[in-house]
Ligand binder design. Structure first.
Ligand SMILES: *[C@@H]1O[C@H](CO)[C@@H](O)[C@H](O)[C@H]1NC(C)=O
Ligand SMILES: *[C@@H]1O[C@H](CO)[C@@H](O)[C@H](O)[C@H]1NC(C)=O
Length: 507
């Protein structure tokens, strides 16, 4: 086929696409008015619509809590802004969702400025739909899904709260509206890319068979191209919020990601047309801003700070990454270094492991932990509380002295926040959220301790156990003040306000 003919056909397709997009935008004016009249909005001239893309809005997890908390605050502060949620929960209704949000999160939503658009093609973003090339499949699926969303209604501002960055170019193209996002987790990280890269290199260096070299090189190329488009998609957002330092570090490094070779390839081939779709707006964000999700600490924040028992408390599901054996080793080290904590007298210390056991794997782990405690000769002072009810968990939080968390590189650590709100002094592994976000000084004074080895954990326990009473109370108070304030609903709302969405909606 000659270039001329190809050009002509491409031109024809483009013209058709432009026609459809313009048609979509034209019909949208009518749909807006229809929505306003359905909701009984009178002042249609000043009413604005924010679209929240959250295909699994009825799932009841942490990501959903963020969505509903944001919408609820918006409803209180901006009575002229309609929140439209694009959801794939076709079996739910607006009333049912509102009721569930109230029951599950105790968050009030007003039906007056809330509307749901139910999407039919959510299966396209399910991983079971894409057994191979899952990332790519889901991303293309999300592009189609958002097309469906925009063909029902184009908002004035689009916010993705589930991490579907590939929807941004489609929304910009179809709606010509600003786009923003709240990111819990990057779809692919630069660490993943470099891990694949080093593995691919490892293969080429070794004597492995050529097919596996080809395979890993292929995989590297796949990740590389994926990252290229992911970075361009993210850069289309006018504001980006993230839920933690961990996510910020990853998202920021993706925003900075450059791939000159792929850039060149795009400019010298017909792929240049994709550059139109994935163009970067001039004033996109250079970095993401952290907006911590709020934690509901009301019940813990009223426990008395004094009169604590000599209990080291761990609250974690019996999953492998929580590293419960490290807790036993640390406790064993404490008793070895400071034998006065042994026995059952008034100075004896106990370790209490509270956690859920979901399946056989967890149950086996609990068994093994029992065995390990016996081997270490500490079992008389270690107590397991499996599948504790919530009131029981609260009870332990009101009595314990020290809160222990040993997971390495935990992204967040809500259990640590709960320790602190309860006035339990935290001792956590020096990594991830507990290091960067949670156990940080308040007014230059510590709110807890970090450790890395049985020795350092044991020394941290020792420090807490020997604090003079006044200093101990002060530290419990600091930990509580910090956790309650930093992870409060007010801070969360302030973070959203400062992210700059208003500017994009109203200007
Ligand atoms: C952020 O989101 C990720 C993924 O859902 C989650 O693992 C992490 O705990 C969240 N962080 C916070 C601060 O809630
Ligand atoms: C804990 O709960 C899970 C599921 O809820 C159940 O399968 C398991 O048997 C329970 N374990 C104990 C020790 O109660």
């Amino acid at each position: 086929m000659s270039w001329g003919l190809t050009g002509f056909l491409v031109g024809l397709l483009l013209a058709q696409a432009v026609g459809r997009i313009l048609g979509l935008r034209r019909r949208n004016a009518q749909k807006r008015l229809q929505l306003f009249s359905e909701l009984g909005i009178e002042n249609t001239a000043s009413a604005k619509i924010i679209g929240f893309f959250h295909p699994y809005c009825n799932a009841g997890g942490g990501g959903e809590r963020v969505l509903w908390a944001a919408i609820s605050a918006l409803q209180r502060k901006e009575p002229n802004v309609i929140s439209v949620v694009y959801s794939g929960d076709t079996d739910a209704t607006k009333e049912k969702i509102i009721d569930k949000v109230k029951a599950r999160f105790d968050i009030e939503l007003s039906p007056r400025t809330l509307h749901f658009v139910f999407l039919q093609s959510r299966h396209l973003v399910e991983d079971s739909t894409w057994p191979r090339f899952t990332l790519l499949g889901q991303s293309l699926g999300s592009m189609y899904l958002v097309w469906e969303a925009m063909s029902y209604l184009i908002p004035d501002l689009y916010i993705d709260t589930m991490g579907y960055a590939f929807t941004f170019p489609v929304v910009s193209l179809l709606g010509n509206i600003p786009v923003g996002a709240y990111v819990h987790y990057p779809t692919i990280s630069t660490t993943m890319l470099s891990r694949v890269k080093s593995r691919a290199r490892g293969h080429t260096n070794s004597e492995s068979i050529s097919s596996s070299i080809l395979l890993s090189q292929g995989k590297l190329l796949y990740y590389r191209i994926f990252m290229y488009y992911y970075a361009y998609s993210l850069r289309q957002a006018r504001f980006l919020m993230v839920n933690s330092s961990w996510t910020k570090n990853h998202v920021d490094s993706i925003l900075r990601h450059q791939d000159t070779l792929l850039d060149i390839i795009h400019y010298v081939t017909p792929l240049v047309i994709l550059k139109l779709l994935f163009r970067t707006p001039k004033n996109g964000p250079r970095e993401a801003s952290i907006v911590y999700p709020s934690c509901d600490t009301r019940q813990m924040a009223v426990f008395p700070l004094g009169g604590r028992e000599r209990v080291i408390l761990s609250i974690a599901q019996f999953r492998p990454e929580k590293d419960h054996p490290a807790q036993l080793y640390a406790f064993h080290k404490l008793l070895e270094l400071y034998p006065e904590y042994r026995g059952s007298g008034p100075s004896a210390v106990r370790l209490v492991l509270v956690g859920g056991s979901r399946n056989v794997g967890d149950a086996t782990r609990v068994e093994n932990l029992h065995m390990l405690a016996r081997e270490l000769g500490i079992n008389d002072q270690v107590q397991f509380v499996v599948n504790a009810s919530y009131p029981d968990v609260l009870n332990w939080l009101s009595r314990a002295s020290i809160g222990l968390s040993t997971m390495v590189d935990e992204h967040f650590g809500i259990n640590v926040v709960e320790f602190m709100a309860a006035g339990v002094i935290p001792v956590a592994h020096a990594s991830g959220g507990p290091l960067l976000d949670i156990i940080v000084p308040l007014g230059g004074e510590p709110t807890g301790y970090h450790a890395t080895s049985p020795e350092t954990f044991a020394e941290a326990f020792r420090t807490v156990l020997t604090l003079p009473q006044e200093a101990e109370l002060a530290m419990r108070q600091r930990a509580r003040t910090w956790a309650v304030q930093r992870f409060s609903a007010e801070e969360f709302e302030k973070g959203w306000d400062e992210s700059g969405w208003r500017k994009w909606l109203f200007e």
